[in-house]
Design a protein. Structure first.
Length: 456
């Protein structure tokens, strides 16, 4: 308890401010080869010809790797959980986003590796591209994925994440008004100061030592192990300081390809993405399209919510099914809505695949729900703080997926915000607690949604 309320120095602070912190790019192994990637110049195309011979013939080029060199080329980021994979490590017959890796080269200098990439012969047959999730469902939309334009592998092979709670039709019939809104937060690049970096060293006993900036060492080890079809004890992952990740460094972007080059060349290899590569083909936070329609009473109760979400996964699924699942469980925000009809789709486009970023799946829907709450308050002419407090989650309320809340913090948080900005609440709302509903806070439409917090 000595740390509570105390001003303690960060354990890594001195190293950071003095420049002594060691990052992956600071690891220097003598004789290391430089790695560069041949990336797709097209958003969507069939690969007609790929000839790496000119690059392999160059003096100082020690290895060129394509999909033919990968023991298991297609492996999903969530395959270990039983979710089928869809993304090749290196493109085989088709490219689906600009910057998708097709081949990687290891050479004695960075300049030579770049020249070798330029020497590879690549011919593409351009295909129609899709960039707007709203058009993915059109009959004439280009088909860009082997599964169709949206992910079909949720439970019971459903093609969407679905939540149904209460009687949504009755809620809309009883409403005094319907408040609707559409919310579309855009893609966001993580912009870490440290780009993707990896160093792989082949050891005499056949083991690979992998210096990685991944945010999830054991996860990335599993991904490399699966692609290379080798047991985990063949790899030693060395982590350390991540120079900015924010969710974007869970994708195992470099480690597997570097490992293949190290095995093929028998030499250590080093890959540091340029800033241009980071912006071109590193994962982003996904764009989302969210449509909300709320059935509300004139005195501020939210009776029901209909919501449609389109999650832009980019060209492959990666973590998107997981992100949409989190999103669905939080689509009512910090508020209790007893009647729900939610449909969420993971939609494929020809954008770079998207991934986690700071509250993956939740941050975007929080923006939508809070903006929508303010919209309801404006339509009804009600204090936006008091609208939120009235509908706030309380002990015994149940979440969209039926979990009973035991210690919700919505009420004290909103009260603290109001106080901090000098927003005057009426006496009843200032005195409100997050305790179980009773009296005026337990209207008829909420009785049936209560759970037993003790049982939970």
């Amino acid at each position: 308890m000595k740390a509570v309320g105390a001003r303690l120095p960060r354990y890594d602070g001195i190293g950071h401010v003095t420049g002594r912190t060691v990052y992956v790019d600071d690891i220097r192994i003598p004789g290391s080869l430089w790695v560069k990637a041949l990336r797709s110049p097209s958003h969507h195309a069939k690969i007609v010809k790929l000839d790496t011979g000119p690059a392999e013939a160059m003096k100082g080029v020690h290895a060129v790797v394509t999909h033919k060199d990968v023991p298991l080329n297609v492996y999903g980021h969530l395959s270990a959980l039983g979710i089928p994979g869809d993304e090749p490590l290196l493109a085989e017959d088709v490219v689906r986003y600009q910057g998708q890796p097709i081949a990687v080269v290891a050479a004695e200098t960075e300049e030579l590796a770049s020249a070798a990439v330029e020497a590879i012969v690549l011919e593409l047959d351009e295909q129609p591209a899709l960039f707007d999730v709203r058009k993915a469902f059109d009959a004439d939309a280009p088909q860009i994925h082997q599964w169709g334009n949206w992910y079909p592998h949720f439970e019971a092979e459903m093609d969407r994440r679905q939540i149904r709670k209460g009687d949504i039709d009755a809620a809309f019939d009883q409403a005094d008004t319907i408040v609707q809104g559409v919310y579309r937060p855009a893609a966001i690049e993580h912009v870490p100061l440290e780009t993707q970096v990896c160093q792989v060293v082949p050891e005499p006993g056949g083991r690979l030592t992998i210096y990685s900036c991944t945010q999830a060492l054991y996860f990335s080890m599993g991904v490399v192990s699966a692609h290379l079809q080798q047991p985990l004890n063949k790899f030693k992952f060395v982590g350390g300081t991540v120079g900015g990740g924010f969710g974007g460094k869970v994708d195992t972007a470099t480690e597997t390809m570097c490992s293949l080059l190290a095995l093929k060349s028998g030499k250590p290899v080093h890959w540091r993405w340029t800033r241009e590569e980071e912006f071109l083909c590193s994962s982003t936070r996904a764009p989302w399209h969210m449509e909300i329609a709320d059935a509300v009473t004139k005195d501020g109760w939210i009776l029901g919510r209909k919501m449609l979400t389109l999650h832009d996964s980019g060209a492959y699924a990666r973590f998107s099914p997981y992100g949409l699942t989190k999103h669905s469980f939080h689509h009512t925000g910090a508020y209790t809505i007893p009647n729900l009809h939610f449909d969420g789709y993971v939609v494929f486009t020809n954008r770079v695949p998207t991934t986690a970023m700071r509250g993956f799946g939740v941050t975007s829907v929080s923006f939508a729900t809070e903006t929508h709450m303010s919209r309801i308050a404006e339509v009804l002419g009600i204090d936006p703080f008091e609208l939120r407090l009235k509908n706030a989650n309380r002990i015994g309320d149940t979440s969209p997926n039926g979990i009973t809340y035991t210690d919700p913090s919505t009420v004290p948080t909103i009260q603290a915000i109001a106080e901090s900005i000098g927003h005057e609440l009426s006496a009843d709302y200032r005195a409100m607690t997050p305790g179980k509903r009773e009296g005026d806070l337990l209207p008829e439409h909420l009785v049936g949604q209560l759970g037993n917090p003790e049982a939970h």
